[in-house]
Design a binder for this molecule. Structure first.
Ligand SMILES: NC(=O)C1=CN([C@@H]2O[C@H](COP(=O)(O)OP(=O)(O)OC[C@H]3O[C@@H](n4cnc5c(N)ncnc54)[C@H](O)[C@@H]3O)[C@@H](O)[C@H]2O)[C@@H](O)CC1
Ligand SMILES: Nc1ncnc2c1ncn2[C@@H]1O[C@H](COP(=O)(O)OP(=O)(O)O)[C@@H](O)[C@H]1O
Length: 313
């Protein structure tokens, strides 16, 4: 498929009829991507904190960390129980692991595979401290239950349709998974308006809804990714990708976060995650670790002037 830009966006905006949804393409993503400069060191590139995994789901922690490290960041700090720490460090020896959330990071990822009280307590600590410090938090899976009623747009919720239905129902908006699937824009917006969070609703097309700014339409719609990506752990990898990107963008700027910058950063992550699924095994099945494994190559191709779909030099 080739997408041809008819330059309708400016024309529609002039008529006061902005499109409901827009999509970041390769060039937009390249502009957002944090690329280290020559004097960079690991702390100027951004550190990601990860609270993921539990005894029943250690793999979710490993996959989240895999997504973050493969996207490119200065460092990942993993925070969780000893049993999971051992598995994370065995798979990713570059990760610094511990049990306390009292660490300095530029972005957090919380929730993949979180299903015990100790990890949930860490999630709540992170949500409280990060809001006060203007540090972004990607909130996935088990951590969605711990989100306070109102949060800033630096909190990025990443539910699939079932999780969004549960999130809204818990806030007095009873809705079924099938209804979310039928009207994803409506329900993603509802979750954003109710909570204040940036909402990233995962699916074949992934929607990002947050308060827009002048240069950013209210809904970004990324995809479609190959349906082979609908496999266990793919969302855990995505959460890591988003954390690494937010840490990298945050480390380069001393400005407060704006909702539009958050939206574009996470939509860029979704775009690259879908490309990694396509490149991991074109036209065939992929596993979540294979998606993470494909990420560095996809990022390198994206940053080359020919782009990921162009000829390789
Ligand atoms: N390797 C790992 O450690 C992985 C851990 N994961 C973690 O697992 C936890 C639960 O994630 P889910 O997305 O499953 O949670 P959900 O609670 O959203 O999904 C469970 C729903 O799927 C339904 N369901 C279960 N099995 C089904 C089947 N065979 N056919 C049809 N419907 C079925 C259940 O009735 C329930 O409604 C999360 O914390 C997540 O992060 C997942 O990410 C998968 C990989
Ligand atoms: N039909 C589909 N086509 C393409 N991508 C999909 C499809 N269904 C799900 N995905 C993507 O796969 C990932 C699944 O994430 P998630 O539902 O959180 O699974 P898990 O919890 O097992 O990691 C998301 O990135 C989502 O956008």
């Amino acid at each position: 498929m080739q997408v041809v830009d008819l330059a309708l966006a400016a024309e529609l905006a002039a008529q006061g009829r902005a499109p409901t949804a827009t999509r970041l393409e390769d060039l937009d993503v390249r502009r957002v991507w944090p690329v280290p400069d020559a004097p960079a060191h690991k702390y100027t590139r951004g550190v990601v904190g990860v609270v993921a995994g539990s005894v029943p789901y250690p793999g979710a922690a490993v996959l989240t960390v895999a997504g973050a490290t493969a996207t490119g960041c200065g460092m990942v700090r993993y925070v969780g129980p000893a049993h999971v720490r051992e598995q994370v460090v065995a798979a990713h020896p570059e990760v610094v692991a511990g049990g306390s959330t009292q660490v300095r990071v530029q972005a957090w990822v919380v929730g993949p595979g979180v299903q015990d009280e100790d990890q949930s307590a860490r999630v709540r600590e992170v949500l409280q401290a990060a809001a006060a410090q203007d540090v972004p938090v990607v909130v996935d899976a088990g951590a969605l239950d711990d989100v306070p009623d109102r949060v800033p747009a630096t909190v990025v919720l990443t539910p699939h349709a079932g999780e969004l239905a549960r999130f809204l129902s818990a806030r007095g908006v009873p809705v079924e998974r099938s209804q979310v699937e039928a009207e994803p824009v409506r329900w993603a917006r509802e979750a954003h308006v109710r909570s204040g969070a940036t909402v990233l609703l995962k699916g074949a097309v992934t929607l990002v809804v947050g308060a827009g700014d002048e240069s950013c339409a209210p809904v970004l719609a990324q995809g479609p990714a190959p349906a082979w990506l609908a496999t266990a752990g793919a969302g855990d990898v995505l959460a890591g990708v988003l954390g690494a990107l937010l840490a990298g963008v945050g480390a380069r700027s001393d400005q407060p976060w704006s909702p539009g910058v958050i939206m574009r950063a996470v939509a860029a992550g979704v775009h690259v995650h879908g490309l990694a699924a396509a490149h991991a095994n074109p036209g065939g099945p992929v596993t979540s670790p294979a998606v993470a494994h494909a990420l560095p190559g996809v990022v390198a191709r994206l940053l080359r002037p020919t782009g990921p779909r162009g000829r390789e030099s």
